[in-house]
Design a protein around this ligand. Structure first.
Ligand code: NAG
Length: 270
């Protein structure tokens, strides 16, 4: 066999191995129902319960949100205020573009080049939330999610994210203790996922967005990590009056159509 042919075959095998590994993770996400890690409904007291919270609250009482600057658009002021008003004893941190960049430059200088290099602003908004959770811990909430009840019961889990249908997890509401191994892994994975796909939507979803987070989550679980990430299921997320959040429209990037994009990703990457 000629050397050129051999190299050709080896390169192709490498590419195929890479693709199979990625596609396998994506497909395995489809059958992951997360029930093993679901936050049990029975563990969440009713919002009007007079029972004292007896479980230790380990996630710091900090609410993180992100926006371009301090001028929050009118349609997001109400959901923003609903979270602030319910949690007067929580620290509130609004991560503006300026504050976010400063934070990355100071605390994670190795990431600054990637951060500045992102083509779409939403990639910076996505990535900063993982870094502040890894660093400070607390609860991140998208500006278009309002709060219906206090977050306290969720502070008992070392880390939680929310389940999305039909598959995967989202990055619009999530909480963690500082330096949780999952979020450390997430921030350390960002650089290797900083790739361009042929559609902006896929690029964003798979480089920093919910698809990226879902894939890292799936790999993290496959390695049998002891520090599991608990999952807030859709009913507890925003379906009922006793759920934690309410959804406000206002063109959040990873909104309802994000689910459609999940499916587009599966078909195109496959
Ligand atoms: C904040 O950002 C918005 C959107 O880019 C812009 O319209 C507004 O002027 C900015 N406000 C301030 C105070 O810079």
């Amino acid at each position: 066999m000629r050397r050129g042919v051999l190299i050709f075959i080896i390169v192709n095998l490498l590419i195929i191995t890479f693709l199979v590994r990625n596609v396998f993770t994506l497909l395995s996400l489809l059958v992951e129902d997360a029930s093993a890690d679901a936050i049990h409904r029975a563990d969440i007291p009713s919002p009007v319960s007079s029972l004292l919270e007896t479980r230790p609250q380990i996630i710091p009482k900090i609410i993180h949100q992100t926006y371009i600057n301090e001028s929050i658009p009118a349609h997001w002021v109400e959901p923003q205020q609903s979270c602030i008003n319910l949690h007067p004893d929580y620290e509130y941190m609004l991560w503006t573009n300026e504050k976010s960049r400063e934070f990355i430059a100071t605390e994670y200088p190795w990431f600054l080049e990637t951060y500045d290099g992102y083509k779409y602003p939403i990639q910076r908004a996505d990535s900063i939330r993982y870094f502040v959770l890894a660093y400070y811990g607390g609860t991140y909430i998208d500006l278009d999610d309002g709060c219906q009840r206090r977050l306290d019961p969720l502070l008992s889990y070392p880390a939680w994210v929310r389940r999305t249908k039909p598959t995967g997890i989202s990055n619009d509401a999530m909480g963690a203790i500082p330096q949780h191994p999952f979020f450390l892994r997430v921030v350390e994975s960002l650089q290797s996922y900083d790739k361009h796909w042929f559609l902006p939507y896929i690029t964003v979803m798979y480089s920093t967005g919910p698809l990226f987070l879902s894939v890292v989550w799936k790999e993290y679980m496959r390695e049998g990590n002891f520090d599991r990430v608990r999952i807030l299921m859709p009913d507890e997320y925003n379906r009922f009056s006793w759920s934690f959040f309410t959804h406000h429209t206002g063109n959040s990037w990873h909104g309802a159509d994000a689910q459609l994009i999940f499916w587009v990703c599966y078909t195109t990457i496959h």
